[in-house]
Design a protein around this ligand. Structure first.
Ligand code: ARG
Length: 628
């Protein structure tokens, strides 16, 4: 399992260099010791806030990248001060004294431009990456292993979140919507972990209902123990399709439906033999899902599901709802909540025969989760086709007075997403996730074989091909804004050029390989024992080096801000910016054959870039490769 960056156990107070720099004021929501960009923004905001007499927080938020990779700017009119902009500029320039953070200040339109001391930025950033990857600031796992923590923060410490995602339905296909939920949900779980939260990863299976009656009947006619052991998901689906076909028409069909209802009723009433059969289907399906999740580098802390909504709790809640003045009876006897005042239509909570619905179970399940976890936040990662369902269900909880669904202060959040169009195997047949993943793997395997020399060095070519394939699928999925639909495009996804998953892996591999070849040539850069004070960072001049440093310095802020808009595409964009910057540097910032000091410090820059790219990929649930 490849982990995202998570905060160190002990708060990291920053590298020695940080403590030699001018002291910075404290500001909530910032951590200059672990985020070099925070340090610079504070160093700029502090004196300016005094000059303008504007709260530090407001000035800090106004400090933005200035265009070149060495400038920050502050646009003055946004403070709406009575004094004229020219005058404010003159005052700020007058009050400014150069320091280790900022060299000079100038005017640009209605803004102030701060030119940072690039050597400070470079040395501070690389030393921080180093310390939080290999040194004192790294996270130490229970088994003593060091894990990179650069980019993480502790803002969520002490808070708990449930991320519910994937949630397929047993005996039905694991479709593109479930795949998206899996990819996005696993990313969000990592993201919250990187922000210091205690994360519960939950899968809410569609594992209850009359379809299990049908499935059981189908099993008697078409089931094969052998097939079930081999591929439970596929086999149960086949059985389900066949029995549905039989149940389609005529007296025979009617009879099947009747028996299925009876079987399900038996389940509801706790009939042992029915439950044993059902549990077998559920367990084997989970076992197989887990293999797929493993390939996707995804795991769950809990498999919940519609079946886990306790009968007792359902009964209790229904009793309350039946008496509540938010519900009313339809003429036909169904119990409903009229949500038309909120533009959310009418929602049925109980059928006329007294049985609960999908919606009802969600309401009770949420209460159960609250009792068990007392979460500070709960995210549902579900396709936008279910927008209405989620909105109704949150609203009803609010109307019922659930403490975690209060208006304006709700802990519930629906993260929705658009559809994937045209996701089918290349031959255009059914959509089983495993098949899709197998095909991506085979394709990547073919591509890799073409480079015989490199292929020969791979310890596990199949495993590598699988990871590259997975990366292709995930990057394609997370490149756009979540809400957009996208087209599943085999050719584009696999390309090594353009903004694709294989391109990102290729860049990571290239960075790893350069460390290896230079080590062979005797240029070894220690990890834990690197003495950063010997690194001649002032020699990292030129816009290629500066661009990389600048991006590395912004990484902690990227992680922090993404938890506001929940867009994986922001992280993907960061990865592409970084790899583009690295690509532009290859020909300018050469290591081989250079003076030793130059060579070492460049190698260090590339290694820091590799480490941050690796962290960004891991945050996206992608295992960065060292060879391919
Ligand atoms: N199993 C559902 C489906 O496939 C998704 C479940 C979403 N989560 C929830 N709490 N309703 O449509």
């Amino acid at each position: 399992m490849s982990h995202p960056p998570i905060p160190p156990q002990k708060p990291f107070e920053g590298v020695p260099l940080f403590h030699q720099l001018p002291k910075l004021p404290e500001l909530e929501g910032t951590d200059p010791a672990t985020s070099p960009q925070d340090a610079f923004r504070l160093a700029i905001a502090d004196p300016l806030s005094k000059t303008l007499n504007v709260p530090l927080k407001d000035v800090f938020l106004a400090v933005a990248p200035g265009g070149r990779d060495s400038d920050f700017k502050v646009v003055l009119p946004r403070f709406r001060l009575p004094t004229k902009v020219d005058e404010l500029q003159a005052q700020a320039i007058e009050a400014f004294t150069p320091n280790a953070y900022v060299e000079r200040i100038s005017k640009q339109g209605p803004a102030l431009l701060y030119h940072v001391n690039m050597n400070t930025l470079t040395a501070l950033t690389l030393a921080t990456v180093q310390a939080m990857t290999y040194g004192e600031g790294a996270h130490i796992d229970a088994d003593g292993q060091k894990r990179p923590s650069y980019g993480s923060n502790t803002s969520g410490r002490g808070k708990r979140i449930i991320v519910e995602f994937s949630s397929p339905n047993i005996a039905k296909p694991f479709h593109a919507g479930h795949l998206r939920s899996t990819i996005i949900g696993a990313f969000l779980a990592n993201l919250y972990e990187a922000n210091g939260w205690d994360v519960v990863r939950m899968n809410y299976l569609g594992d209850w209902g009359k379809q299990f009656g049908l499935l059981a009947l189908g099993w008697r006619r078409f089931g094969s123990e052998e097939e079930l052991k081999k591929d439970a998901v596929q086999h149960l689906y086949n059985v389900y399709v066949e029995i549905n076909r039989l149940a389609e028409d005529g007296a025979e069909g009617e009879k099947i439906h009747e028996e299925a209802r009876a079987f399900f009723k038996g389940m509801e009433d706790g009939k042992e033999e029915n439950l044993v059969e059902w549990a077998k289907f559920r367990d084997l399906s989970i076992q197989q899902y887990e293999k797929t999740y493993d390939r996707l580098n995804v795991h769950f802390d809990e498999y919940s599901g519609e079946s886990k909504v306790s009968k007792e709790n359902l009964e209790k809640t229904m009793a309350v709802l039946r008496k509540s003045d938010i519900t009313s009876r339809e003429q036909n006897g169904a119990l409903l909540v009229d949500l038309t005042p909120y533009k959310l239509e009418k929602a049925v909570l109980e059928r006329k025969d007294g049985t609960p619905l999908y919606l009802t179970r969600d309401i009770v399940e949420a209460q159960q989760r609250w009792d068990k976890y007392h979460f500070d936040k709960m995210i549902y990662v579900v396709a936008s086709q279910q927008d209405l369902h989620l909105a109704q269900f949150f609203k009803i909880l609010e109307l019922m007075g659930a403490p975690f669904a209060e208006k304006g202060n709700s802990r519930l959040l629906h993260i929705n997403f658009g559809m994937v169009q045209g996701m089918s195997t290349r031959k255009g047949t059914a959509v089983f996730l495993d098949r899709i993943l197998d095909e991506t793997k085979e394709h990547m395997h073919e591509v890799m074989k073409k480079n015989e020399a490199k292929y020969a060095q791979l310890e596990d070519p199949e495993g590598t091909a699988d990871i590259v394939g997975m990366t292709a699928v995930k990057i394609q999925d997370m490149s756009g804004k979540r809400i957009n639909n996208y087209h599943f495009d085999w050719n584009r996804m696999f390309s090594f050029e353009g903004d694709t998953g294989p391109y990102l892996q290729y860049n990571h591999v290239r960075l790893c390989s350069m460390q290896r070849t230079n080590a062979q040539d005797g240029l070894v850069l220690p990890t834990e024992d690197l003495d950063v004070s010997t690194m001649r960072t002032e020699r990292l001049t030129g816009k290629e080096a500066h661009e990389i440093v600048w991006l590395l310095a912004t990484w902690p802020d990227v992680v922090r801000t993404v938890s506001r808009d929940h867009q994986a595409s922001t992280i993907v964009t960061f990865c592409f910016k970084l790899t583009h910057a690295i690509s532009s540097a290859w020909e300018k910032l050469i290591v081989k054959g250079q003076d030793r000091d130059d060579a070492l410090v460049r190698l260090w820059l590339y290694r820091c870039a590799k480490d941050v790219l690796g962290s960004a990929l891991r945050l996206l649930t992608i295992t960065p490769l060292e060879r391919m």
